[in-house]
Design a protein around this ligand. Structure first.
Ligand code: ZN
Length: 309
């Protein structure tokens, strides 16, 4: 951080490109971010709620800023029926030169507002067949590289359990990892149980939003079982708690099961100019200095072990 301090002392601009030129931390991957999210609900969502070119124009500089910090790949975690748009991701990938991975799956959290009607009546096997087909055939010509599901707090509702079961069946067939937006620690443990019972190894399961669970004993239990514990949502307000979580995992010898990300973005259909699009630099500028020794394990090695190289 000496260069930063030097630049700051000189009153120089801390533009990302200035930093990355001498950034010794190496390449990185962000495992949980968003480019476009539309919370209108599964029964009202359509792609004509936004202009593709406009979303591209707004997102592009945010990704360029991120690329200048050494980021090579970003996992776009917006599920189907909440604004997943692989066409947009491919346009941005081509223009910026950063990998943007998309997902298959469904989001049952937020009390099932984002579940399409068919998801409520079909079986886990039927849902899994849809997701395996997306993996095999691609979505808008792009192959999903992970499964993204979402569940509420535990004890899980039957529809929550069903999407996790479908994720497990899909993972068993495709080998894709499962990133699960999860309400709390008890839900995470219930999910992991479903995954293991389906014969999927624990390391394929990623507990998303683990920062919402305040009991480190549950973080430890899930990580010790072999699954991944993801502390995302890193921002100015959460900074101290996220530091404590990562430091706890390091002390417990569980850093090799820990992931971090912003859960930031994004273009908002229905708002003028896509609304307030937050960028992806905070972690590099404010959080990385606190976990300097672990930068490469948290932001390069672990993302590749969890999601594939
Ligand atoms: Zn998210």
């Amino acid at each position: 951080m000496q260069r930063r301090q030097f630049l700051a002392a000189m009153g120089a601009s801390l533009a990302p490109s200035a930093l990355s030129a001498a950034d010794p931390r190496g390449p990185s991957i962000l495992v949980h971010e968003h480019v476009l999210v539309d919370f209108i609900g599964a029964d009202a969502i359509t792609r004509d709620r936004y202009d593709l070119e406009d979303a591209f124009r707004v997102a592009r500089p945010k990704l360029e800023e991120l690329k200048a910090l050494g980021c090579r790949r970003m996992l776009e975690c917006t599920p189907n029926y909440i604004g997943r748009d692989p066409r947009l991701l491919r346009m941005l990938e081509d223009a910026v030169g950063i990998e943007l991975w998309t997902n298959t799956g469904l989001y049952a959290a937020a009390d099932h507002k984002f579940l399409p009607a068919f998801a409520k009546t079909e079986t886990a096997e039927q849902l899994a067949r849809r997701w395996v087909a997306e993996w095999r055939d691609g979505v808008d010509g792009v192959k999903p590289r992970f499964i993204k599901v979402g569940v509420n707090k535990g004890p899980l509702h039957e529809w929550d359990r069903k999407v996790v079961q479908a994720a497990a069946l899909t993972s068993r067939e495709t080998g894709l990892p499962i990133a699960a937006h999860t309400g709390d620690g008890s839900a995470a443990q219930e999910e992991l149980e479903i995954v293991l019972q389906a014969g999927v190894p624990a390391e394929r399961f990623i507990w998303v939003h683990a920062q919402n669970e305040l009991d480190h004993a549950i973080h430890d239990a899930v990580a010790k079982a072999g699954a991944w514990v993801e502390f995302d949502g890193i921002n100015a307000r959460s900074l101290r708690w996220h530091e404590r979580c990562v430091q706890h995992m390091a002390r417990a010898g569980l850093l090799h099961r820990t992931l971090i990300s912003h859960d930031s973005g994004w273009y908002r259909p229905g708002e003028p100019g896509g609304g307030q699009y937050n960028g992806y630099t905070f972690l590099y500028e404010q959080f990385a200095p606190q976990v300097q020794d672990w930068f490469s394990i948290l932001l390069w090695e672990n993302p590749r072990r969890a999601f594939g190289a």
